[in-house]
Design a protein around this ligand. Structure first.
Ligand SMILES: Cc1cc2nc3c(=O)[nH]c(=O)nc-3n(C[C@H](O)[C@H](O)[C@H](O)COP(=O)(O)O)c2cc1C
Length: 353
């Protein structure tokens, strides 16, 4: 049985456990990443960040580069289809504090693929390699690539492209072995992950359908992957990470659930502001309060509330013991002023002057 707490390394960056928290657009905010680290993820990743957005200094895109002191090691993921802006974006994310630059060759969503980015690049290995090599030349930190098995169902493109991306400069590959066409249907075919592991001499991270310790152990044992990545299984459920790390399958109490959710709400409001956060958080209410933890009418009531402060008040009324737990968790967090502030980044990177 693989020990999930054995450290491993990506191009010299030490990763303290064999669990990686997946990058998820609309989910992987700072609060999600920090929580993931607290519950045992050895590496966390930002959601995908547009290289064009960074190039044009789009304010919302720059906001994705806000990194807290307790997130490291952290990968920031970038996407785009043009080597030069991708290299510039990589330098910006490193200046913001990323330990690893991750490149997205897996996004199946049309908004991204129609620009020639994401999974589309698997069908243009020459351009994909040029992107990886220009990013690798632009930064001193390790570069990773996350990809799907290919574009169409049954595709084995990842086995052809993967080794070429390593030759181009990737220090680690993450494989989500579904096709782009599949989106999230069907299952992840980790026999491909095993084949990829045999073909490359860099660590491979296995992504897809890892929701329990048993599944994580089985995938590590049958593929030879260095680590597993957990995505949907950790949504509103950091306890799944704890179970995968050390087998602790104790269900959290209502107080614990409410406390984690309250902390999550407060941190997200700090990061996104009340207006954006209140809409963003609604899906998290369902994720946290589900799993039979709270009655369905309670969940429905929470989702209807207008302000996040009302949600916190209602949660505290339902689980009064949560207040003390939140205070304890907040006391352990680093000072928010330790965040990388965008105006502290080098002027050259932000095109100042
Ligand atoms: C809501 C959502 C958003 C995602 N966003 C990204 C993303 O920004 N970048 C990326 O590489 N993968 C993204 N993914 C894919 C996940 O990282 C992961 O590979 C996939 O969900 C399979 O793992 P899972 O079965 O553990 O969820 C996303 C997945 C979901 C469900």
């Amino acid at each position: 049985m693989a020990d999930m707490t054995v450290p491993w390394s990506i191009g010299g960056v030490e990763i303290p456990s064999r669990i990686v928290l997946a990058p998820m657009a609309g989910v992987s905010v700072q609060a999600f990443r920090r929580q993931g680290r607290r519950f045992g993820a050895g590496l966390v990743c930002s959601e995908m960040v547009s290289s064009c957005g960074l190039q044009h200094r789009n304010e919302r895109t720059l906001g994705y580069l806000r990194i807290a002191a307790d997130e490291h090691p952290l990968a920031v993921q970038i996407f785009g289809s043009d080597p030069a802006p991708m290299a510039e974006a990589a330098q910006m994310v490193v200046a913001a504090g990323a330990d690893i630059v991750d490149i997205n060759f897996g996004c199946p969503v049309r908004k991204v693929t129609k620009t020639g980015a994401g999974a589309t690049l698997l069908d243009d290995p020459e351009l994909a390699c040029r992107i990886v090599s220009s990013v690798a030349e632009a930064v001193t930190v390790p570069v990773s690539v996350k990809m799907r098995r290919g574009l169409r169902n049954g595709s084995r493109t990842c086995l052809d492209v993967g080794p070429r991306l390593v030759d181009a400069g990737a220090s680690v590959l993450t494989l989500h072995p579904r096709s782009a066409q599949q989106m999230y249907t069907g299952t992840a075919d980790h026999t491909l992950t095993a084949e990829l592991v045999d073909l490359v001499d860099v660590p491979v991270i296995a992504s897809g359908d890892i929701t329990s310790r048993a599944r994580a152990q089985a995938v590590l044992a049958t593929t030879g992957a260095a680590a597993v990545m957990v995505g949907r299984g950790a949504q509103g459920n950091p306890w799944a990470l704890r179970e995968i790390v050390d087998g602790d399958s104790a269900e959290p109490s209502r107080e614990e659930v409410a406390a984690e959710l309250i902390l999550f709400i407060r941190e997200t409001v700090r990061e996104l502001g009340e207006r954006r956060a209140s809409g963003f958080l609604k899906k998290f209410y369902g994720w946290y309060l589900g799993h039979g933890r709270f009655p369905r009418p309670f969940k429905q009531e929470i989702v209807q509330l207008h302000s996040t402060e009302d949600v916190v008040t209602r949660l505290l009324a339902a689980a009064p013991g949560a207040a003390e737990l939140v205070a304890r968790l907040e006391a352990e967090l680093p000072d928010p002023d330790d965040d990388v502030l965008l105006d502290r980044l080098p002027i050259s990177v932000y095109g100042g002057g």
